[in-house]
Ligand binder design. Structure first.
Ligand code: ADP
Ligand code: MG
Length: 731
């Protein structure tokens, strides 16, 4: 089936021609056990390589099954090898990290069979080469003789008609060597087995043909035993490897060398952590930059706050509210949102606290109790705040005056809540519903432009001559009480029964009212008229609740919503727009004085991040290349079993994707545990909110792309060299 006619092989090296062998004539048949001997350098290996299609020849003609081969190109030889030839090497070329079973199975998987299909056959082959006990043993743990038996079993599993063995006993002791020769002869009866060996003694007992080489020529070509010269050779049916097998091998390779697994895990983790942390801190800086700015109209400038009003400037109704509350991402709604911009000042003999009002519902306190009575409040602050942590008892004992009001309202702090989202010196106050409502309704007029006119004298927030408005149930509708210091604006120094015009003008409506001064509050009647001490009454008018509500409490033209997460802002805005609601994101409504500088810093930071990430990419790529250099022999083995470049790349890709996915999964679990406070890792905890699902996905995609690029580059590299060169490099 193999015939050489005057075939010569030369090597060209550094301009010098070396002879591999010259003018060899030879005819080999199926069923033969051909033994080639000869001193070192006589051309045995060269001949074997030409016969097995690993090397080309220069002169003459080689026939395979009668077909000429001088026109063969690389891919024709590849096909020839896949269909006809299995190699056995002096140094075994097993996959050391695979078990005996896996090594043998590999030859079958690469030929399109599945693991299940080949199970029985693999067991039979293991039996045949006498390694039953070692089925699950790693190849690296075997002796030389055992390794060569595995190589023989693998060659059989490859089920080609020709088996070529170049000094298979070269690294074995003589006892192991003779048993290998015996085994090879046993398998040769329906194959063509060609062996190069120095084991001259035993070999003559088995060989059917003996070839002796000297100086590139056949010195002897002796048929010892005639065999059935049935030359109808059936080439092996070649099939492409199954996807499931490629995945199986990829996963197996991901784990089977622990040190490689750990190194790759570390590299992928490094990339992941660098990408995520850089991205997140960049995002965080962006948010914080906005946080450092202010808004002159709103006290609560939380990024999560959105101020809303209806596009038609009407009052919100309950239907509107329920729609708004149902928008995904909305945490809570504050219908009368002026309270959010109320800055409360509290003072006692020993303490002074100020802060905004917590409008979110709270159901438990860390110290003390929840506020039940109207005059009970809770203070919220950072746990590291010295007052709150060390003086809590004294804080709870004191009585506080609410400095905002012109009246003497006394309050008690009954509970403390720790919230480390607040800055160290920052406080928030949580009120009982009743107090909150009272304050809210009294605030309504604060945001409006109000102008009072009394006998052609103007007062109001535009004129700087401010008159506050208080509600009193003593005053009848249409009437007001004023303090006696107003008398200077009236005839005869008496304002009683004079008319006061009120004009109000806010974002949503304009209105006016005419009220009659019914009583003048003096030192003597203050207590009786309005239940207040004369000295505590400043520039103020008292009106009835009905009148006040008619002017100011018409319903809510404006409310605020708080969202669960800043990242949802755009989505919520979009939904609001669909509901015909105007929105103002406090996040975007803040002013920053150093806009320009911040922009430059931002761009600079972005450049730094990009440079860092790119550098990291190259470093990890470089390390990966070094790690995978040690895997060359694996891919050469795959190749010698007939795997194409594409298959090798695919198997490596599966391995890298598997490693990347495991690493990423571990990272995600870690992040989850941190966010659930099961693992305490402050750094990551602060960063987590800034990375969204989409961004996690992008990072994963980057890992996948890196894996794919890496596989292609590596695949191209190992296929640049011939199999022999790759083996040579390894030896
Ligand atoms: P053997 O296997 O019998 O020891 P080889 O077939 O390896 O002999 O070598 C035969 C001749 O070809 C030797 O002279 C050797 O120097 C030469 N040769 C083998 N391989 C190469 C090569 N890759 N480049 C140049 N010369 C080579
Ligand atoms: Mg040799």
């Amino acid at each position: 089936m193999l015939k050489l006619k005057n075939v010569s092989k030369y090597y060209y090296q550094d301009g010098v021609i070396a002879e591999g062998f010259t003018k060899v004539n030879l005819e080999l048949h199926l069923g033969e056990f051909v033994v080639i001997t000869g001193e070192s350098g006589s051309g045995k290996s060269t001949l074997l390589n030409v016969l097995s299609g690993l090397d080309t020849y220069e002169d003459g003609e080689m026939y395979i099954n009668g077909e000429e081969t001088s026109h063969y190109r690389e891919e024709d030889y590849l096909e020839y090898r896949r269909k006809y030839v299995s190699n056995i090497f002096q140094n075994f070329n097993l996959v050391n990290s695979y078990t005996v079973e896996q090594n043998i199975e590999l030859a079958m998987l690469t030929n399109g069979k599945t693991k299940r299909e080949v199970k029985k056959e693999v067991n039979e082959l293991i039996d045949k080469v006498g390694l039953k006990k070692y089925k699950k043993t790693l190849a690296s743990k075997l002796s030389g003789g055992q390794k060569q038996r595995v190589a023989i079993a693998r060659a059989l599993a490859n089920s080609t008609p020709i088996i070529v063995a170049d000094e298979p006993t070269g690294s074995l002791d003589s006892k192991a060597a003779s048993s290998i020769i015996k085994l090879l002869s046993e398998i040769s009866h329906n194959k063509l087995v060609i062996v190069v060996t120095h084991q001259k003694k035993e070999i003559e007992n088995y060989a059917t043909r003996l070839i002796r080489m000297h100086d590139g020529k056949l010195l002897e070509n002796k048929v010892i035993k005639k065999v059935n010269l049935d030359d109808e050779v059936k080439p092996k049916k070649i099939n492409d490897i199954k996807l499931s097998s490629m995945i199986r091998l990829g996963i197996r390779n991901a784990f089977n060398i622990p040190i490689k697994f750990i190194l790759m895990f570390v590299i992928f983790l490094l990339i992941t952590v660098t990408l995520i942390t850089n991205y997140a801190s960049f995002k965080m800086a962006e948010y914080e930059e906005i946080d450092g700015s202010y808004n002159q109209y709103f006290t609560d400038t939380s990024d999560k706050r959105i101020i809303i009003s209806k596009k038609n400037n009407e009052i919100f109704n309950s239907e509107d509210y329920s729609k708004i509350e149902n928008i995904e991402g909305v945490d809570y709604l504050v219908k009368q949102d002026l309270i959010n911009d109320y800055y409360m000042y509290l003072s006692s003999d020993n303490f002074y606290f100020s802060g905004t009002i917590m409008t979110k519902k709270i159901d438990k306190v860390d110290i003390g109790v929840m506020p039940k009575e109207k005059d009970e409040i809770v203070i919220i602050g950072n746990k590291d705040n010295w007052y709150l942590s060390s003086m809590s008892e004294d804080i709870l004992k004191s009585t506080y005056r609410l400095e905002n009001e012109s009246t003497n309202r006394n309050l008690k702090i009954v509970g403390i809540i720790y919230d480390n989202d607040l800055l160290n010196y920052e406080y928030k106050l949580y009120l009982n519903d009743e107090l909150k409502e009272e304050i809210t309704s009294s605030l309504n007029h604060v945001s409006a432009n109000i102008e009072f006119k009394l006998n052609n004298n103007y007062f109001g927030n535009k004129n700087g001559n401010y008159l506050d408005i208080l509600v009193s149930n003593k005053v009848s509708d249409g009437k007001i009480y004023v303090k006696d210091n107003m008398n200077i604006y009236c005839k005869d120094y008496n304002c009683k029964n004079n008319i006061l015009n009120i004009t109000i003008d806010n974002l949503y409506y304009k209105d006016s009212d005419v009220l009659t001064i019914d009583e003048i509050i003096t030192k003597d009647n203050a207590n009786k008229l309005v239940d207040m001490n004369y000295d505590n009454i400043n520039d103020v008018i008292f009106m009835s609740e009905n009148d006040y509500n008619k002017l100011f409490n018409r319903g809510n033209y404006q409310s605020s919503i708080y969202i669960k997460d800043v990242r949802l802002l755009d989505d919520v805005d979009k939904k609001l727009d669909e509901l015909d609601i105007n929105y103002l994101n406090l996040r975007d409504a803040k002013y920053s004085e150093v806009e320009m500088v911040l922009q430059i810093i931002k761009i600079f930071k972005l450049v730094v991040v990009i440079v860092l990430v790119v550098t990291l990419f190259f470093i990890s790529y470089f390390i990966m290349k070094i790690i995978y250099k040690s895997r060359n022999s694996y891919y050469v083995t795959l190749r010698s079993l007939g795997s194409t470049k594409k298959v090798c790349i695919n198997i490596l890709m599966n391995e890298l994707i598997c490693l990347a996915s495991i690493t990423y999964l571990c990272f995600l679990i870690f992040i989850r545990l941190v966010s659930k406070d099961i693992i305490n890792f402050e750094y990551f905890k602060t960063l987590i909110p800034y990375v969204s699902f989409k961004e996690y996905l992008i990072v994963y995609l980057i890992l996948l792309i890196l894996s794919i690029l890496m596989s292609y580059r590596y695949g191209r590299k190992i296929f640049k060299n011939s199999i022999m060169k790759n083996y040579g490099e390894r030896i």
